[in-house]
Design a protein around this ligand. Structure first.
Ligand code: C2E
Ligand code: CA
Ligand code: CA
Length: 749
């Protein structure tokens, strides 16, 4: 190689020295040729042409190999050398590289040295195109058919595709040799950008297809330029009707102006804005959300529109659920109280009155318990309908929950208005309800509070109407009651009792007193009724008539009842032992205690613990227990009877006094309420009723206890009527255990 280089240098020197043709040592050339002809040619090429070689090669045997036609194209090459961004390659008639500028090195990866002397098709033409290139080239040379400029994908040294725009020129040098020059402009970036753009377009196309949103391109003035809709049915009008038109011409005026306002806003603020609107579409009222973005460079706006009808509906539903009762569809407590506040504001402004009417269905729990919740629900729905019937448009009826309703009367001035409405409400319920082929009678208790007399704010008025309703219940139900300030005193008392009752058992504030019971004929003691006493340090003595209903209401009666059972039976044990008599103990049971599933087991266990026989115990229940009609009540009563425990119907004559109950359930004893005993000596009616009751009970095999016997005459009459047993102040009040022991010891003497 050293020699070659030397020679070349020498030759170059010749060439540079003079423009004349020179001969070179023939021997050198041959040896060069055989050693590394390509290398030599390359070297020549690199250092510009040396024309004398041409001649030499013409006469040489290896001329095929070394036939190069070099022209002195210096100015041209200088130009090509300067444009480094563009690839310029020169080829001889055999398509061998005779020129390879820096741009070519960059584009195709071959250095000048590597490329020179190589054939075009071996260098950068991909295999499948080679024949085509060769024939096109020869067509040009031979037939002068030019190769047109075109976009073509060629090969980089590393095998990558190179897309170029290729132009070709053909020069003929002074030796009449043709030389093709290719000028290739790299299109890779352009192609990539184009491909990227195409990809993006496809992607957008796919997105448009996949997204149910509508896309509109508009001018700033609202002229619709283009759109995308995956479903044409989502369009308000067909594309032919809106493309090129201003939206004002298509959309309803109100909607169009909403659009224009927001377009103006987006142009001004340069941030995206969104808004909602509704349109009456062929398939119904539809809600949309529009998002508007400004393409400021193009003075256009892009509007993306989404159908939000479903969201709108569910939001509406949620709103409805928050404000309306789902069963009756009436305003719920929240909305009713909100409306009440508004009514009060208005009433204050106009110096008017308003009324809050609190309604509670009577014994609704029984309906639910005995006929099932489905019937209960239907009754509530029907009740709601009826309530709505009497009211004026401006009044509100709402459901507060359970079987409680509220009626709000606005702007009324006459007190009698409220009475009239309350009465018409009661009347509405006189007609039986027809539910599932069944006729049901339902009544209600109504409490009324008037603004401003009974309160200034919604919560006060509601509470006072509630209090008045309680009063209506106490009056015997199926009636109305106006709130009075005294009622608040009653309610206050209720709250205080409730408050104090918690923990009273633990604090040992309860005590049992016993009222002895007597055989009417022999006047001997047969047993006693256990009656509860409560002495509270704050409230003093509270009567059972006052605290038992509250204990029932709060459920505290269950634990209190257990206390009574234990106390009474353990006392009975002592009493029976001391007196050596088979006394009975009558214990009162409340309806609520029957709901306690552990009741029977508790009774059994207590009897067991004390070693008393079951017939020593008598359980007193009122009709209230039976009226719920619950199967567990029936089951418990049957079991009580089976155990041999006596069952007593208390307060007979005060409630429905249904004879059917006496037949239906295994009662042993009937207690005639003291209100009748009180009247037997002076009221014929009472006397007759007591007489009939005793006869009837005896016919059913029941024994009779007369309650509240206070006088000798009463006792005499009862004896005449064959009443079995009696208790009352005539004999003794209810007294503490110790006193009873003394009393009975004394009595038995
Ligand atoms: P009740 O079962 O009807 O009890 C009889 C009530 O009449 C008792 O009132 C008793 O003191 C009263 N009394 C007895 N003899 C006479 C009389 O000659 N004249 C008058 N005017 N009254 C008489 P008390 O003790 O206030 O009990 C009231 C009610 O409280 C009871 O009515 C009963 O229903 C309930 N009660 C009392 N103790 C208990 C209990 O331990 N458990 C349950 N569940 N209820 C109870
Ligand atoms: Ca009783
Ligand atoms: Ca009683």
């Amino acid at each position: 190689m050293f020699i070659i280089k030397q020679k070349i240098n020498k030759l170059i020197f010749f060439k540079l020295d003079s423009n004349y043709h020179k001969y070179c040592n023939h021997q050198h050339l041959t040896s060069l040729k055989f050693k590394d002809a390509k290398r030599m040619l390359y070297a020549y090429y690199k250092d510009k042409q040396c024309n004398y070689w041409t001649r030499l090669m013409d006469s040489s045997k290896v001329c095929n190999m070394l036939t190069h036609q070099y022209v002195t194209n210096d100015p041209l090459h200088q130009l090509f050398d300067a444009v480094k961004a563009i690839s310029v390659q020169g080829y001889d008639e055999e398509r061998r590289v005779i020129y390879w500028n820096e741009g070519s090195e960059r584009l195709y990866g071959y250095s000048n040295e590597e490329a020179t002397g190589q054939k075009l098709e071996d260098l950068i033409i991909p295999e499948p195109m080679r024949d085509l290139v060769i024939s096109a080239h020869s067509d040009w040379i031979k037939n002068n058919i030019e190769i047109p400029a075109s976009e073509i994908t060629l090969c980089h040294k590393n095998g990558n595709d190179i897309t170029v725009f290729s132009s070709h020129v053909m020069f003929t040098n002074q030796y009449n040799n043709k030389q093709m020059y290719c000028i290739d402009i790299d299109l890779t970036d352009v192609r990539n950008a184009q491909a990227q753009a195409l990809f993006k377009e496809h992607m957008l196309e796919t997105i448009f297809e996949a997204i149910p949103d509508l896309f509109f391109l508009m001018k700033d003035d609202g002229t619709i330029l283009d759109y995308h809709a995956s479903n044409k049915n989502d369009l308000y009008v067909s594309p032919t009707q809106f493309i090129g038109k201003n939206m004002v011409e298509i959309l309803p005026e109100e909607v169009a102006s909403k659009f224009q306002t927001h377009i103006d806003k987006v142009i001004q603020q340069k941030t995206m804005v969104n808004f909602e609107y509704e349109l009456l579409m062929p398939h119904g009222l539809t809600y949309f959300e529009a998002r508007v973005s400004h393409l400021s460079e193009y003075s256009q706006v892009m509007i993306i529109i989404r159908d939000i009808t479903e969201q709108h509906k569910s939001a509406e539903l949620i709103r409805h659920q928050a404000y309306f009762d789902s069963l009756t569809l009436l305003p719920n407590r929240f909305l009713a109280l909100d409306r009440l506040s508004q009514i009060l504001l208005e009433a204050e402004r106009n110096n008017e009155k308003a009324a809050v009417i609190f309604l509670d269905l009577d014994d609704f729990k029984k309906v639910n318990d005995s006929l099932g919740h489905e019937v209960g629900d239907k009754l509530l729905i029907e009740s709601a309908h009826r309530l709505q019937q009497v009211l004026r448009k401006e009044d509100t009826v709402g459901r507060l929950g359970g079987d409680e309703f509220i009626v709000l009367l606005r702007s009324f001035n006459d007190h009698h208005n409220a009475i009239a409405i309350a009465e018409s409400l009661l009347k509405l319920f006189r007609e039986p309800f027809q539910i599932d082929g069944r006729e049901l009678i339902l009544t209600m208790s109504i409490g009324i509070a008037i603004y401003p007399k009974n309160g200034n704010c919604a919560s006060d008025l509601l509470r006072n109407a509630d209090t008045a309703m309680y009063q209506a219940k106490a009056l015997g139900r199926n009636t109305y009651s106006f709130f009075t300030t005294e009622m608040n005193v009653i309610m206050q008392r209720r709250f205080e009792i409730e408050e104090q009752m918690h923990g009273a058992l633990e604090r040992n504030e309860f005590e049992l007193h016993y009222q002895p019971q007597f055989d009417v004929k022999s006047k001997s003691i047969i047993g006693a009724e256990a009656l509860l006493r409560w002495n509270n340090p704050v409230l003093g003595n509270i009567t059972p008539d006052e605290f038992i209903p509250i204990a029932e209401h709060t459920g505290l009666i269950v634990s209190i009842g257990q206390y009574v059972m234990e106390q009474a039976l353990s006392f009975l044990c002592v009493w029976q032992e001391t007196a050596q008599k088979k006394y009975t103990m009558a214990i009162n049971l409340s309806p609520r205690q029957f709901r306690d599933t552990k009741l029977l087991n508790f009774i059994k266990k207590t009897l067991n613990d004390t070693g008393l026989s079951t017939e020593s115990l008598e359980l007193e229940i009122t009709e209230g227990v039976l009226m719920s009609g619950q199967s567990y009540v029936n089951k418990a009563l049957v079991e009580i009877n089976a155990l041999g425990i006596k069952l007593s119907m208390d307060d007979f004559g005060t409630g429905y006094s249904s004879l059917s109950y006496l037949r239906q359930y295994p009662f042993d004893v009937l207690k005639i309420d003291r209100s009748f005993i009180n009247g037997i000596t002076h009221s014929k009616d009472d006397y007759n009723l007591v007489k009939a009751t005793i006869a009837m009970a005896h016919s059913l095999g029941l024994e009779i206890v007369a309650e509240g016997v206070e006088t000798e005459e009463q006792l005499a009459l009862l004896a005449k009527l064959n009443c079995n047993f009696a208790q009352g102040y005539y004999f003794s009040r209810a007294i503490p255990a110790k006193q009873l022991l003394a009393f009975s010891a004394h009595h038995n003497q």
